[in-house]
Design a protein around this ligand. Structure first.
Ligand code: NAD
Length: 715
């Protein structure tokens, strides 16, 4: 039994309480059972009305995404039948002739909220942690249980489209404001009482988009239903659709089919009655649910990320560990951020810098974030004070005594890092304490040489800004033990970020592959491609920022420094394009990037940045320009080729880490499912052919070996 059924005061109470799943979800087991209970209630003459609720914390969390994924590459007609059958349950519910109330005791998302939408009345428990909404778009889907039709009919097209296209999740109070719920209750008891009262008081309840047939008394779809706020053809409607299309195309660049499909569902469906609208939605639902984009978003961004969050790459042989006291060396930009996210997770933090003043400045960062949180009602003064009380600024190394983990975030300098390692390591908990380096470029095996216990030394690479970026890249040096990896993974889980584990290499995985995006942008510039085309092609391909803009953000002098180090180490030669270009920009022209407001772009005070007019003097623009598709290919394929090399060299250990890392670390397009899903996304044959062509045309940086090609086939 997944859903309970009982009759009280002539009202059927259908209460979800799934045992086969940790949360109430709509799947192959629960959907038929739910439909069965509804039929029992419709058929029972004693039953005057129905209340749908749940005995768990959530109402219904949504459709089971695994069920949708299983059907992703099935025949479209099968999916279409499934969709119509599913919708039949909802349509039958709202036209059953008995009043039905949703008693929403908690989160109601996607299919879960679509159940509520087909009810005649919705009462929500006032729980600020509960989430209500139709967030399917985030998984490349659309609300396929009538949501695209009922929500706009209930609250108007403008608000419904905004909520569905952004996939917004809102609190019950906010939902009340939108008209998505009709009433609130302070307790479960009050909610059930109100539900019971409403059912008994409204025996002839029907939806506003339905009407009673005057002759037969049957419930039928209303032909000329007036949508709140205006119909499709009204001035508001036309403005909404024209503006909506432009906004979606600007945001998605046409890479994500779901938002436009939602818009089409509303546009087409709201011009006909609800019975004819549902099949329109079903047609679009099948189209998006069988798309590669949905498959990638569900399998990588949802299921894959969940696995990574749970520590998929954690060595299984080590018992659970728990960092209670953390030391941070360097209270600068990164150290201050690490202190904040760690204290947020309840970890005691010792924040050490060379002077107490510098350490206090690092803590100021947390103070300002706490203050902002209080002002925006995201936290309370009490919680904020508790968080701040966990951060102890100091200049005294002895305060690190008893730390389970120390993370150094001092300047990027080998000698300094070696010194702080030697000085602070003895303060760690004996034998079990782990030392992590937040270096972004220095190989971990080399840094571990300063450690007296290199097996307990690991790279813990955060991204900036630390409080916003969800990924942490953990780097195994040659001697790093499984134990140290386990401690680091458990710590990252504790601060609620996503860990990936990689092996040591120059730039590890993320910086190395992200670097190919910026260097290809610079190579394109050197090849005479118009910088506007380079930037637009990057964004059209789905990268969050153009390659030249992001080079400026990272800083051109840093790129030059990294190139110089690589040349010194024999990993790069002086004729390297990026080295030449950044040397020119930094040493000859004094253009360091965004940080001195002069890079590939100009950054005028109080105005938007724009490409530097002088650029063409040093990087002449060719008369004949390539097709935008070709520029997109160079920018994306280059990142993918480097990821395949990382996999081949053993820098990457798992495909999941590669994909999740590429999306979360540097914004490789999620629709493609990450760098290692990209070959399948474009078709492996096509990918391999294109790689050869790119290598023949632009250089060996695109070349894959036969072994690497085999690896692509096996992905
Ligand atoms: P930063 O210059 O902002 O901070 C470095 C801090 O280290 C300064 O406050 C300095 O006073 C302190 N420091 C110097 N010597 C010290 C010592 N002996 N003991 C304690 N503190 C000492 O630098 P940052 O940007 O925070 O970078 C720190 C590390 O993080 C570097 O290794 C960098 O490569 C890495 N990193 C930076 C970024 C980024 O975006 N900035 C991203 C990932 C990793």
């Amino acid at each position: 039994m997944e859903i309970n059924y009982k009759v009280e005061n002539s009202v059927a109470i259908i209460s979800w309480n799934m045992t086969t799943s940790p949360m109430n979800v709509m799947n192959d087991i629960s959907i038929p059972e739910f439909a069965g209970h509804l039929e029992t209630a419709y058929a029972d003459p004693e039953v005057k009305g129905i209340i749908i609720t749940s005995e768990k914390n959530e109402f219904i969390a949504g459709a089971d995404v695994k069920m949708i994924l299983r059907n992703n590459d099935k025949d479209r007609s099968e999916m279409h039948k499934f969709s119509l059958d599913f919708n039949h349950i909802f349509r039958r519910l709202e036209t059953c002739g008995k009043p039905v109330v949703a008693a929403m005791n908690g989160t109601a998302l996607g299919g879960g909220y679509e159940v509520c939408l087909s009810c005649h009345y919705r009462i929500a428990l006032d729980n600020p942690k509960a989430q209500i909404g139709l967030p399917e778009v985030q998984l490349g889907l659309l609300p396929g249980g009538g949501g695209t039709q009922r929500l706009p009919r209930l609250i108007g097209m403008e608000a419904a489209l905004m909520l569905m296209i952004e996939g917004k999740r809102i609190t019950p109070k906010e939902a009340l404001g939108y008209g998505m719920v009709n009433d609130m209750a302070a307790s479960r008891e009050e909610m059930m009482e109100k539900a019971m009262k409403w059912v008994l008081a409204n025996p002839r309840a029907i939806q506003p988009w339905d009407e009673f047939d005057k002759k037969t008394g049957a419930i039928k779809a209303r032909e000329n239903y007036k949508v709140p706020g205006g119909n499709v053809q009204s001035p508001t409607g036309m403005r909404t659709f024209a503006g909506g299309t432009a906004m979606i195309m600007d945001k998605t660049k046409g890479n994500y089919p779901a938002p436009i499909a939602i818009l089409s569902c509303v546009y087409e469906g709201l011009q006909v009655n609800i019975d004819r609208a549902i099949p329109i939605e079903a047609r679009y639902f099948v189209k998006v649910a069988t798309s590669k984009e949905a498959k990638n978003l569900i399998s990588v961004m949802f299921l894959g990320k969940n696995d990574a969050d749970k520590g998929a790459s954690r060595p299984k042989n080590i018992p659970a560990t728990d960092v209670k006291k953390l030391g941070i060396l360097g209270a600068g930009f990164m150290g201050a951020g690490i202190a904040y996210v760690s204290a947020m997770a309840g970890i005691e933090v010792v924040l050490k810098d060379v002077t107490l003043d510098a350490a206090e400045k690092g803590k100021d960062y947390s103070r300002s974030l706490v203050q902002k949180g209080i002002e925006r009602n995201k936290t309370t003064t009490e919680k904020g004070e508790k968080l701040l009380s966990l951060i102890h600024p100091t200049a005294d190394v002895a305060d690190l005594k008893g730390c389970d983990l120390i993370i150094e975030a001092v300047f990027e300098n080998r000698e300094l890092k070696a010194n702080v390692t030697k000085e602070s390591e003895p303060m760690l908990v004996e034998n079990l304490g782990v030392f992590g380096s937040n270096t972004s470029t220095l190989p971990i095996t080399g840094l571990a040489k300063a450690s007296s216990k290199p097996e307990n030394f690991i790279g813990i690479h955060f991204f900036s800004p630390v409080d916003k970026m969800m990924l942490v890249e953990l780097i195994r040096g040659k001697e790093t033990s499984d134990y140290a990896v386990a401690v680091a993974v458990d710590y990252v889980k504790k601060i609620r970020k996503t860990p990936i584990v990689v092996n040591d290499s120059r730039g590890f995985y993320t910086s190395r592959c992200f670097g190919t995006y910026t260097t290809e942008g610079i190579a394109l510039l050197k090849d005479g491609v118009n910088p506007i085309l380079i930037e637009n092609a990057g964004k059209n391909a789905g990268m969050p920022v153009g390659a030249l803009a992001v080079s400026d953000e990272v800083a051109l002098d840093l790129a030059l420094k990294i190139s110089k180090q690589a040349i010194a180490d024999g990993a790069l030669t002086e004729d390297d394009t990026t080295y030449q270009a950044t040397k020119l920009m930094v040493e000859d022209l004094g253009r360091l990037g965004k940080k001195n407001k002069k890079g590939f772009y100009e950054y005028p005070d109080g105005a938007k940045k724009h490409l530097w007019e002088g650029l063409s003097q040093y990087f002449p623009v060719s008369e004949v320009q390539p097709e935008v598709e070709e520029v997109k290919k160079r920018l994306l394929y280059r990142q993918v080729v480097e990821t395949i090399r990382c996999m081949d060299e053993g820098v990457l250990i798992s495909k999941l880490d590669a994909n999740i890392g590429s999306i979360l670390a540097w914004g490789f397009p999620p629709y493609a499912g990450g760098t290692l899903n990209f070959p399948e996304f474009v078709g492996k044959e096509t990918f391999l052919k294109e790689v050869d062509r790119l290598a023949d045309t632009y250089g060996e940086r695109f070349r894959l070996t036969d072994k690497q090609k085999e690896l692509v086939k096996s992905l």
